[in-house]
Design a protein around this ligand. Structure first.
Ligand code: NDP
Length: 282
């Protein structure tokens, strides 16, 4: 029987700590850390994420603003909005909810956010710092995974770590963070030959591919720690991960469920990044 890593509980504990540190920050500075979230268009999933972010900010005592812009917003209008937020002293973190409508250039939008307010850590400066291990902000999902491992006293040093998925927001930074903790890291992707042979080597297996129940029990070593980043909607509307929980859980020593695993940690790390941004603003 695996230890089911309770992401909700860990997130609640970390958020309680952030709330206490926010209170101390407000007493010292006389203002609250501020996050601005910009959403363009009406993608229902993005709207839910943005609502959750606003609520999370309120819960820990942050100031927050949501800027809703219509789907036909131009690049000029969006860049002007970022410029306005850049100069707003109440705002320490700026987040533009992705994906953007197709006519907008995501890379140019991310580049326009000042690195010191880039609480998603997607700006090339922040991405580069992750490579060097000199970061102030970490991308929220991989940071959340590392926090969970720390919380569960799972030592990464010397372990075989396999990350399945190489996206810029999850897989690649995840691999770097495990490497910085002295894991022996392998990154797999859609061209990996004999994926199961690689995943079976993992002491710590992190899966972020976006395919429901893809990793099955036969692909996992006995006693592995399995972290499921995937969030997939089944036909019946239920949320499921990239890991087939029913067959993997009996083999794992620890596993994250979906929902209630990595998901709650992601917004928590956004809050952590926003507090860091506020603290580093003079
Ligand atoms: P992307 O689609 O950007 O990347 C998916 C990666 O998986 C790619 O590198 C791709 O390889 C790889 N891949 C796809 N199919 C296979 C396969 N058959 N075998 C091996 N590798 C494969 O996804 P994201 O990284 O953005 O997200 C991954 C999952 O994590 C999604 O379910 C997403 O919803 C979830 N997610 C969850 C978050 C949370 O808070 N819990 C936050 C962010 C994401 P290649 O590069 O070769 O195409």
């Amino acid at each position: 029987m695996a230890n089911i890593i309770d992401g909700k509980k860990i997130a609640a504990d970390v958020r309680a700590d952030i709330t206490a540190r926010t209170e101390a920050f407000k007493n010292e500075r006389g203002y609250a850390p501020g996050l601005a979230v910009v959403i363009v268009g009406e993608d229902p999933a993005s709207q839910v994420y943005v609502r959750n972010k606003k609520k999370a900010c309120e819960d820990v005592g942050f100031y927050s603003e949501v800027h809703e812009m219509p789907a036909q917003t131009t690049m000029e209008e969006l860049l002007a909005k970022i410029e306005e937020l850049k100069n707003n002293t109440k705002i320490h973190g700026i987040l533009v909810q992705l994906p953007l409508p197709k006519h907008l250039d995501e890379k140019a939008v991310i580049a326009a956010i000042p690195p010191e307010k880039d609480v998603d850590a997607f700006h090339t400066i922040n991405t580069g710092k992750i490579m060097l291990g000199e970061y102030s902000f970490l991308p929220c999902t991989p940071a959340g995974v590392m926090k969970m491992l720390e919380y569960e006293n799972i030592d990464v040093s010397g372990k075989e770590c396999v990350v399945v998925g190489r996206s810029n927001i999850v897989g690649k930074p995840m691999a770097m963070l495990l490497l910085h903790q002295n894991g022996t890291v392998t990154i797999c992707h859609s061209r990996t030959k004999d994926l199961a042979e690689v995943t079976r080597r993992a002491d710590i297996l992190v899966v972020a591919i976006g395919k429901a129940d893809f990793i099955t029990g036969d692909m996992v070593k006995d006693g592995a720690v399995v972290i499921d980043v995937g969030m997939n909607r089944r036909a019946d509307g239920k949320l499921t991960g990239d890991v087939d929980f029913a067959t993997v859980e009996p083999k794992a020593s620890a596993i994250t469920p979906v929902p209630g695993g990595v998901g709650p940690m992601t917004i928590t790390m956004l809050l952590e990044n926003t507090l860091t941004a506020a603290k580093t603003t003079i």
